[in-house]
Write a protein that binds this ligand. Sequence first.
Ligand code: DMJ
Length: 637
Amino acid sequence: MVFRKLPGVSASGMGLRLSQKFVFLLFLSGLVTLCFGALFFLPDSVRLKRIFLSKTETQPVTVGSGSENDAREHMKRPKEQGMTPAKGESSTKLKSLIRKPSVSHEATEERLASGKAQEDLTLLRLITESASVKASSSDHPDTFSYNKFKGCLLKPPLGRDGGQTSDPTTNERREKVKEMMKFAWDNYKRYAWGKNELRPLTKNGHIGNMFGGLRGASIIDSLDTLYIMGLMEEYNDAKEWVQTSLDLNSNGEASLFEVNIRYVGGLLSAYYLTGEEFYKKKVVELGEKLLPAFNTPTGIPRGVINLGSSGTSWSWGWASAGSSILAEFGTLHLEFVHLSELSRNPIYTEKVMNIRKVLNKIEKPHGLYPNFLSPVSGNWVQHHVSIGGLGDSFYEYLIKSYLMSDKSDDDAKKMYYGALEAIEANLVQKSPGGLTYMAEWRGGILDHKMGHLACFSGGMIGIGADDGEPEKRQHYLDLAAEITHTCHESYTRSATKLGPEAFRFDSGGEATATRLNDRYYILRPEVIESYMYMWRLTHDPKYREWGWEAVQALEQHCRVESGFSGIRDVYTLTASHDNMQQSFFLSETLKYLYLLFSDDDLLSLEDWVFNTEAHPLPIIRRSCLEDPAPQDKTVSE
Ligand code: DMJ
C-alpha cells in the first residue's frame, strides 16, 4: 500500500485526510485517462477506434486521384473537408435514425448497454455538423437509381410512337431530317471516325484545339440525336466507340465551356436516355478533370484548362486582361448540378452556386451583366453586354436552371427575370421597318447589331414566358415571337435563305449583314432552335414552314458530296464552302429540326431541358426522387 499516515496530520475514514483523498482521486483519474488514451497508440488501435468512431472516419480515401491541387483535394471524401459525407454509411444511417424516432425504449437500452449508443451519438454529431449542405448530399441515397429516375418522369422520353405525328407531310419532313442526319453521320464515320469533326470537301477529319486532346466530339454530340431518331445501328457504333475508345487521359488544353457543353452534356444525356452505366462513369471521371479550373481567388473558373494531372488553368489570350467570359463560366450550371446528382458529390453544385454568389454580389450597370469578369478580383473588366456571343447562354442557363430544378431554384428565377427586365429596358429595339431586335451595349452606347447566336433568345424568352409575372406572360410570348420573326427575316433576306453570322439595323440595313466578314453561315442552330420552341409553345404552323425552308436551304447550299459544310457568303449563290461539318450541326441543328417535325411528347418539355448544345437533361423532381416508397410507375416507351 502506497498510502501511509503522515505525522501531524489528522486522519479520517481509511486513515487519510479529506484533502489527501482528493489528491489521491485526482491522481487515480489521471492515471486511468492516461492508460485509456495510450490504447489508441497501440498497433491494433483500429479495432478500438471502430467502437467509438463511425465507419466513414476509418475508411481510406477512395475517391479522387491524389492531392496535386486543391480541386482534387475536394474530390476526397467530403468528411475530410469538413463537409457532409456525400455518400457512405454515416449519412444513410443517420437518416434512418432521424426518420425513425419511434425506436423503442428497450432498443435504446440495448444499444446503450452494447456501447452502440456512442456510435449513434457520433453519427448524430456528424449530421448536425453537416446540416448546411444536408439538402445536397445526405438526403440522397448512396447511389443514383436509374429506375427511380425513370419512374419520376411524367412521359416516356421518346413519346408514344417515337414522336411520330399523324400528319403525313410532317412525317415526310421528319424522315428527310433523319436522312440528313444519317448522311452527315455516315460521312463522318467514313472519313473522320474518331476525329472531332468532318471536313467534307477534303474528306478527312479535323481535331482542332478546343477539346484539349479529347477526340470524337461528333460522336459524343450525336449519341442522343441518333438515339431519338431510332438510328440504332449508328447509335450502337457510337456507343461502342465511347466504351472502347473515348480516352479521357488527355493532357491538352481545353475550353472548359466547350468540353462541358459537348462532352459532359452529351454523356449525361446518353446516360439519362439509355441507363448505360459506363456513360455515368465516364462523365463523372471527366467532371473531376474540370474542377481545377475553379482554383481562382473568386472561384470563377478560367476559360482554358489542362485536362492532364497538372490541372492548370488560364484565361483566353484574347479575353480582356485575363478575364473570364460570362457565357463560359455562366454555362456550367445544368451539367454540374447533374454531375452532383449522379456522383452524389456536392462539389459540382457548390462550384456553380459560388459563381452565382459572386454574380449576385457585384454591382450590375443598369442591371446588365457585362461579358468579361476578372476571376481574381471578381469585378467586371469591360462594359460590353451582349445576348449573342460572349453572353448568350448565361441567360439561357438562368431560366433553364429554374426549370430544371422543377421550379424550385428561386434565385435563378429572380436573376433571370431581373436580367430580362434590364435587357428589355436597354437592349431591345424596334427597327424603322418594325423588326424587334436585341442590340449590343458598349458602356451605354448601342451597337445595332444582332448576332446569329442571339437568335436563341426567341426560344429562351418563350420557355420563360409562363413563369413571369402574370401580367407580363403574354408580353413575353409576343416578344419571343417577334425576335424569332426577325431572325427568320435574316434568313429570308439572303439569296441562300440561310442567315448570316451577324446582321445589322443601321447604315440602311435591316436584318442583313452589311460587313463582308459577317456573311458566313456555319450550320448554326439558333434560329431553328427558336422555331422549335415557338412551335411547341404556340403550335403556329408557320414555325414548321420556316423550319422546312431551312431544310431546303441546307440541302441546296450546304450539302456536298461527303457531308454538310458551312458557307462563306449567304448572299451569293456561287457556293463557297468552308469545309467543316460542325459537331453542333449533328447535336443541335438536326435535332431541333427533327423535334420540330415530331409530336411534343418526344423529349417532352415537361420532363426535359436542353443544354446549350441541345443535349436533353431531365428535370430534377426532388420530392419524387427522394420519396422512400418504391417507384412502381416506371414509364415504358
Ligand atoms: C453551340 O456550340 C452552342 O449552342 C453554344 O451555346 C453556342 N454556339 C454553338 C452553336 O452555334
